[in-house]
Structures are given as structure tokens and as C-alpha cells.
Design a protein around this ligand. Structure first.
Ligand code: 5AD
Ligand code: FES
Length: 362
């Protein structure tokens, strides 16, 4: 295993079989963590970037089997923030020091291109020094272009799994891995900084699925990868499935740090939910971003993608202070600039013939 970890560090690329072996055996965890921590330190020092998350609508037309805000969940109170409410979240976040806002929501038809573009340009004109990230699911390429032209800089769209059969088992028939991939490549082509990602331990996920995730990430070369454990939600078809583990999540975070040293890698809320020290452990394994919530406390509980989500009762300022304290405790510090990818290697793809050559992507 050490040989594979050394190869990953040296070449930033492994074959499918090598990935499977490395993911299936976690025999050299400590060896890997030492390298991933050192790599993160080398590229980012002790900086942890902050992104202010604004969950602005929990209406969703999709019906993903794992997600608490799926359309068939009748037991969630649906909400939409108004333009003014969104702007006031930004104002509050700006005062706290946030210089990136993430507008995240379900796939809500109310937010047409016109409505979203108007909100985006207003935020950008009020806060020209801030980066604006969208996370509003699958849309057409022309829509993505329109929102980019309105001022959006970045886009988060987790690919969820890079195995088409596994994708099928997590989503109803109207969604497809092919479309997901196409959206991510379209976003990249338009010029967004892109984030993809997946849940760790989602039902049916194997080491081979995770190997394909790694190859997909090598091919897409995103600026950010969001991974967190799958956490069952009681009102979904996956209510009785078992959740992902902290151990595997940390192991994968460390592998991702070695795969792409300049990657923006969040220690996610889901990780903090299944372990009270989850986010700290994530940072120590190689993550370098946290995404505290700026949504109004009145609606937080309704954006419950999974059970027992943390921070749903806290004001934005409390989340900031809490995270700041947590990071200082482990020798890191929250930084408030836009946190663009590290200079010098800014999102450039490492040549990897394995990812380019294969018909491994169904
Ligand atoms: N557990 C963990 N993560 C989830 N997500 C959705 N539902 C769950 C769940 N039950 C993740 C998905 C989605 C992101 C916004 O949240 O990966 O892309
Ligand atoms: Fe909304 Fe999955 S239920 S995107």
C-alpha cells in the first residue's frame, strides 16, 4: 500500500485497479494521513477557507432516494427566501468577514433565470470583492451561461457517483449520470470554477464505485470536491439503510488531497453531524474549507437533507465563533479572503492517461 500512496503523491494518478486496492485496504492510514497533512500545509499553510452558505429554497422537483427535501416528502415545510432576505443574509455574512457566498437550493422552478440573474447581479454590485457560488442543481447550458454572465463565479454540483449503475440506484429514472456529467463539463467550459463530489457510504457504494469517482475527478479536474458521509433521513426510501463512516470519509479526504494538492476540500456539515469532532478531524486529514450556515435560523430546520443536521439552531455569528474556536484549537485559522485555488497550479489538470483513455465511464 505504501507503494501506491507514494505513486499517488508522485504522479497524481492511479489506475482503476490501483485505486480499488488502495480504497479497499486502509492498512496504511497513518502513513497516508501524515502525507496528506503535510501536502495541505505546504499548499495552504494553516489557512481554512470559509464559505457562507445560504439555503434559499427547499422546494425541489427531484425525488432522489437519499435526500430529505425530495419532492415526495410531504412532511417538510417548504420555504423560499425573498430577494431581500437573501440580501440580508449576505449583509450579515459580509459583516462577519465572509467573502464567498454560496446560494444553495433544491431544483425550484420558481427561480427562473431572470429571477436568479437579478439576485446575482445585485449581490455582485453590492459586494464586488466577493465570490458568488451557485448550487442549484441541473439546468440547461444556456441557463448556466446566463447566470455566469450575471456574475456567478463558481458552481457546486455533486456528481453523487461516477458509476452509472450506482447512480441509477440512488435516483429515479428521470435522472441520469450522463446528464450529470454533461452539466459538470458544460459548467467548466463556460468558465465557472467547479465543485463536484459524492456521499461516502451511500447504499450500494463499493470500492470500485469510489475508484471511478477518483478517475472522474482526475478527468474533470474540478477546483473543489465536496464529500461527506451519507446520513439516512427518516422520510426517505433510504431511511433504514446504514450511514457512511467517519473513518472512510477521512481516508478519502486524504487521498483527494494527494490526488490534487491545490484542491478546495470542505470538512462538511455531514461529517460534523456524525462525529462531534468530525470537521476538526477532516481538516487534520487534509481538508481546507468550512461552510458555515448563513440562512435565517427560522428556516434552518427545514433544510434538513439528512437527520440530526448540526447548527440548525445557531445564528450565523455563533457558527463563525464556534468554528473559529474549533480551528484555533487544532492550530488552524479561518481566513476571510475569497480563497481562490492556490496559485501556480490553479486547477490545471495533471496529465493522466488512465483517466483520458478509457471507456471506463459507461
Ligand atoms: N446524507 C448526506 N448527504 C446528503 N446529501 C443529500 N442527502 C444526503 C444525505 N441523506 C448531499 C448530496 C447533495 C448535497 C447538497 O447534499 O450529495 O448533492
Ligand atoms: Fe432535491 Fe435530490 S431531492 S436534488
Amino acid at each position: 500500500m505504501r507503494r501506491l500512496i507514494d505513486k499517488l503523491e508522485r504522479e497524481r494518478c492511479l489506475t482503476r485497479e490501483e485505486w480499488i486496492a488502495l480504497i479497499a485496504s486502509q492498512a496504511e492510514r497513518e502513513y497516508l494521513f501524515a502525507k496528506s497533512k503535510e501536502t495541505a500545509q505546504q499548499y495552504y499553510g494553516n489557512a481554512v477557507y470559509t464559505r457562507g452558505l445560504i439555503e434559499f429554497t427547499n422546494y425541489c422537483k427531484n425525488n432522489c432516494y437519499y435526500c430529505g427535501i425530495r419532492r415526495e416528502n410531504q412532511n417538510v415545510k417548504r420555504y423560499r427566501l425573498s430577494r431581500e432576505e437573501i440580501l440580508s443574509c449576505c449583509a450579515q455574512g459580509y459583516k462577519l468577514g465572509f467573502r464567498t457566498f454560496v446560494l444553495q437550493g433544491g431544483e425550484d422552478a420558481y427561480f427562473t433565470d431572470d429571477r436568479l440573474a437579478a439576485i446575482i447581479s445585485e449581490i455582485k454590485s453590492r459586494y464586488p470583492d466577493c465570490a458568488l457560488t451557485l448550487s442549484v442543481g441541473e439546468r440547461s447550458k444556456s441557463s448556466y451561461r446566463r447566470l455566469f454572465n450575471a456574475g456567478a463565479d463558481r458552481y457546486l454540483l455533486r456528481h453523487e457517483t461516477a458509476n452509472a449503475t450506482h447512480y441509477r440506484s440512488l435516483h429515479p429514472d428521470e435522472m441520469s449520470y450522463g446528464n450529470r456529467r454533461a452539466c459538470l463539463f458544460a459548467l467548466k467550459e463556460i468558465g465557472y470554477q467547479v465543485g463536484c463530489g459524492f456521499m461516502v457510504g451511500s447504499p450500494g457504494q463499493t470500492a470500485a464505485c469510489l475508484a471511478e469517482d477518483m478517475l472522474f475527478i482526475t478527468e474533470l479536474a474540478p477546483q473543489m470536491v465536496g464529500i461527506g458521509p451519507f446520513v439516512p433521513h427518516h422520510e426517505t426510501p433510504f431511511a433504514k439503510e446504514s450511514g457512511g463512516t467517519v473513518d472512510l470519509t477521512l481516508y478519502l479526504l486524504a487521498l483527494l488531497r494527494l490526488l490534487k494538492p491545490d484542491l478546495l476540500l470542505p470538512a462538511t456539515t455531514a461529517l460534523g453531524t456524525i462525529d462531534p469532532k468530525g470537521r476538526e478531524k477532516g481538516i487534520l486529514a487534509g481538508a481546507n474549507v468550512v461552510m458555515p450556515n448563513l440562512s435565517p435560523t427560522g428556516v434552518r430546520k427545514q433544510y434538513e437533507l439528512y437527520d440530526n443536521k448540526i447548527c440548525t439552531g445557531d445564528e450565523a455569528a455563533e457558527c463563525w465563533n464556534c468554528l473559529n474556536g474549533r480551528m484555533e484549537c487544532i492550530g488552524y485559522r479561518l481566513v476571510t479572503d475569497r480563497g481562490d485555488p492556490a496559485k501556480g497550479s490553479g486547477g490545471k489538470n495533471v496529465q493522466c492517461n488512465v483517466a483520458k483513455s478509457g471507456r471506463i465511464y459507461q
